[in-house]
Structures are given as C-alpha cells and as structure tokens.
Design a protein around this ligand. Structure first.
Ligand code: BG6
Length: 478
C-alpha cells in the first residue's frame, strides 16, 4: 500500500545503522513502488560532508546492502534525487536553520534518532526550539532504550517533555520480522492451537535465539551491555510476550501492547539458580570474548539462559526457558512449545513417552514443525514413533516468501503510516527493565563470573543442567 508523501530526517545519517539498515530499507521500499515521488530523505550528521559526499556514501552502502535493487541504475538515481544532507550538530544550534529550510509543510515529518541515547534529549529540545515539530511529527528511537530502569525512565521523561506517546516509535527490530508477526497469526488465526495454549496442556516453552556471529566492531557497547541487556531485555522478552499474551481484542497498537505489558508484569523475579551466564572461550586460533574486548578480567556474559515464570491464570506452573548467545554453533531462532504427555498410555510402558511439540522457526529457514506420534510401520506390534509434520514457508508459499522484507522496511513504513503496533510503548520498556535490573544487580552483588563455553558449541554445560534438573532438555540448535 503506497504511503503519502513524507519528510524523513535521519540524525546519525552517516552512521552504521543508517547506512547498513535504514537507507537500504528505504531504497527497497522505493523500488517496490511504495513511495510517491515527492518524498524527501535528509541525512543529518556532524560530518562535514556536502550533499555530493553523502550521496557517494549512500551509493556505496546501497551497492553493498541492497545489491539486487541497485542493478537498476535508473532506480538508484531516482532514489538519490530524493536524498539530501545537512551538516548539523545535535549539541549546538549549528545547521538547524538549514534543516528547517528543507522541510516541507503539511506532511508527515519523521525524525529518526539513529544516535546514542545521550543525544535524544538535545535533539528533541532543538526540534522543538527550532519549531520543526508539527502535529504530524514522529520520533523514532533505537535500542538500547536505557541501560536500566532509571535511565529508561529518564529517557521516557525527556521525550515526553516534548512529544506525546503517540508520536514516539521505539524500535525493537524483532517485532518487524515477518516471522515474528507470524507468531500472532499462528496463535490467533487458528482454532487448532489456542485451546491447548495453557499450563494444562503445555509442559514448557523454549525460546532460543542463537547467533554464530560474535561482537566484532561493537566491543565497547557490548562490554557494558552483555547478552542480558543486548538481547534478553528486549528481543527475547518480546518473543515471550507474543507467545504468552492473551488474545488482544483487535490488532491495534494499544490492544496489543496492553496485553504484552500484562505478561511482563506477571513475570516472577528469576531465582539465581535459574540463570546461567556464559562467555565464549578462545581456541583453534579464534580469540575468546576477553581477547576480543581487550579485558582479561571481563565478567560480561555473551550467553544467558534462564527459567522464567509467568504467574497468571493461563501459565501458572509452566516454565519458559529462554536462551541467547554469541559464537554458538549456528544462527537459529526457534520457539518450541513442548506439550505434555498423553495422560495415559493405552499401549503400555514399552511404547515410551511421546509428547507433541510445536516448533516455530523464526530464522533462518522459517517454518513450523509439529511433532506427532504415529505407529511405527511394520509387523512389530504397536510400537510408536514420532514424525514431523513439517512446513517450510518457502516451500508452502513460494520463492517470494524466501526473501521477506527486512524488519526495517516494515518498521520505517509503519512510522510513516502512523501505526505503532510493532513498536514498544514506554511502560513496556520500563517494565522489562524492572524485571531485568534485579537479575543484573544480583550478579554484581554475588560477584558472579560467567561460565566459559567453546566457540561453535551450544553454550555452557550448566545451561544443559538447568534443564536436566527439571527432567527436561533443550531442543537442538541447527
Ligand atoms: C541486535 C543486537 O539488537 O540484534 C545484536 O544488538 C544482535 O547483538 C542482533 O546480533 C540480532 O539481530 P538479527 O536480526 O540478526 O537476529
């Protein structure tokens, strides 16, 4: 659906995120015909570039990150005509009049803060003091949204001093992923699953976001954040919310976000023995975490696994096991809903235990597998065997589904459309920090040191124990 003409200002326009994600996403939507011609994209940054210099930089990035679309030289040049640049300092008034002169009246005006959180306040203030904010103004902010509850509250207060909540778009790019939205479609579009989606039928749920990449190039940030702040507090908690929430009355921003917030608020504090932290160790010529960050004593975790409980009517007694880590055996994000055994086996003890499991693969190789039990073929009596009912979205929906729009394409377009459903509300972010903070404080108080794990493994052995103690085991990462 094409959007109305808009002006989009990207503060930090020369930065990594803008060049790698935001501008390529905009270009792809442009090529898909989702924009009218009059759109204007303005990169704003401190770098003393002129428009030509910026366009050169953008061209390079698009060639790298939107390679296919770039083959069409006329599309590239038409896109670049819509791109402009202002040298501007968020901490002074320099460049702001020039920016004001470029903006168009009476259309959606989005300001993308692709900068560190310390600039959110100064930028918001200057947008206001230079009279750039209109009714149709939207502010987009990236994670990390704060470092803890206090800093998130302070950021929310800073933004709220200048803009209303309906103007603020806090990005968690996982919510823009096609398959993550599909979680809601699977749950609420099928009659099949929802009646079983509770503690009576579900034994436990596993959420795994494994990455094979490390933290190269982001050492300084990561060393302060760790897996808990970088992934668990936001992406994994959002997945947990979508899996655990009650059906919203409609697919609208506040209905969805109200339900997610209730899940976060229903989370019990995590017990120390229900958390495992890990840090990857060097070997076979690969540097370990401590070498990568240049801190031999670092106690930052590059892996975390924990057992969470959503204490409400639906989920009382059903554990949620969450894990995420860097430099693991594979890149794989999967949610496994593990159902309980049948209450009674009519086939006797020899038939073994067979429980259904629903695996929702978010990336890569998106799809759904349902493990069902059938009779083992042959004459050997009534022996049971598990088989997968496997659906790969690429196979079921055709090649187009193999290349779904990048999360940023959807999210940026949703900002322009004014749809906040896939963005985090201020209270959600604060509630997530309120749950995370005591966990991190506990580590500091106890002087906790992460357990080493091998590069290319599934994480530290203690994470296996976390499950084993409960008589369960992690599903494989592949
Ligand atoms: C980011 C984290 O938010 O998400 C990174 O800061 C992580 O550490 C990335 O690598 C993972 O995103 P994706 O889309 O590759 O799963």
């Amino acid at each position: 659906i094409p959007v109305d003409p808009f002006d989009l200002v990207i503060f930090g326009g020369t930065g990594d995120l803008a060049q790698r994600k935001i501008l390529p996403a905009l270009f792809r939507r442009f090529c898909a015909g989702q924009w009218p011609q009059q759109v204007q994209i303005i990169g704003a940054a401190r770098a003393g570039l002129d428009r030509q210099g910026f366009l050169g930089m953008v061209t390079e990035s698009l060639r790298t990150y939107a390679e296919n679309q770039c083959r069409d030289a006329s599309a590239l040049s038409a896109f670049l005509q819509r791109v402009d640049y202002v040298a501007l300092d968020g901490l002074s008034d320099e460049g702001w009049d020039q920016l004001a002169g470029k903006l168009t009246a009476d259309r959606v005006r989005a300001f993308y803060f692709s900068v560190g959180p310390s600039l959110f306040g100064p930028l918001a203030e200057r947008i206001k003091s230079h009279d750039l904010a209109t009714q149709e103004t939207r502010i987009v902010v990236e994670k990390p949204f704060g470092h803890d509850l206090d800093s998130a509250r302070a950021l929310n207060a800073t933004l709220a001093a200048h803009f209303s909540e309906s103007q603020i778009y806090r990005i968690d790019h996982y919510l823009g992923k096609e398959t993550v939205q599909n979680l809601m479609a699977v749950r609420f579009g099928n009659m099949l699953f929802e009646p079983l989606w509770n503690s009576q039928y579900v034994d436990h749920i596993q959420i795994t976001v494994a990455e094979s990449v490390g933290i190269d190039g982001r050492e300084e940030y990561y060393e302060r954040a760790g897996a808990m702040r970088d992934m668990m507090q936001n992406h994994l908690m959002q997945l947990l919310c979508l899996i655990a929430m009650e059906p919203p009355a409609k697919f609208d921003p506040d209905a969805v976000r109200d339900e997610k917030l209730k899940v976060i608020r229903a989370l019990d504090p995590v017990k120390p023995h229900h958390i495992v932290r890990g840090q990857f160790e060097g070997g076979a010529g690969n540097p370990g975490y401590r070498e990568v960050v240049g801190n031999r004593r670092s106690t930052t975790e590059s892996y975390v696994a924990l057992r969470a409980h959503v204490s409400n009517w639906r989920w009382a007694g059903t554990p949620f096991y969450l894990r995420t880590g860097k430099r693991l055996v594979a890149r794989s994000s999967v949610i496994n809903v593990m159902f309980k055994d049948a209450p009674h086996s009519i086939f006797g003890a020899d038939a073994g235990r067979h429980a259904n499991a629903l695996s929702i693969r978010l990336q890569p190789n998106e799809g759904i597998t349902l493990k069902v039990t059938i009779k083992e073929p042959g004459q050997g009596g009534m022996r049971l065997v598990d088989v997968p009912l496997d659906m790969s979205f690429a196979e079921a929906l055709g090649p187009e589904s193999q290349d779904p729009p990048d999360a940023y394409e959807r999210l940026v377009m949703d900002v322009i459309r004014g749809n906040q459903t896939l963005f985090m509300r201020g209270d959600e972010v604060e509630a997530a920090w309120a749950w995370t903070d005591p966990i991190i404080a506990g580590w500091h108080a106890r002087g906790d040191v992460p357990k080493p794990y091998d590069i290319g493994s599934t994480g530290p052995g203690d994470a296996e124990l976390l499950m084993k103690r409960d008589g369960r085991r992690w599903q494989g990462i592949n």
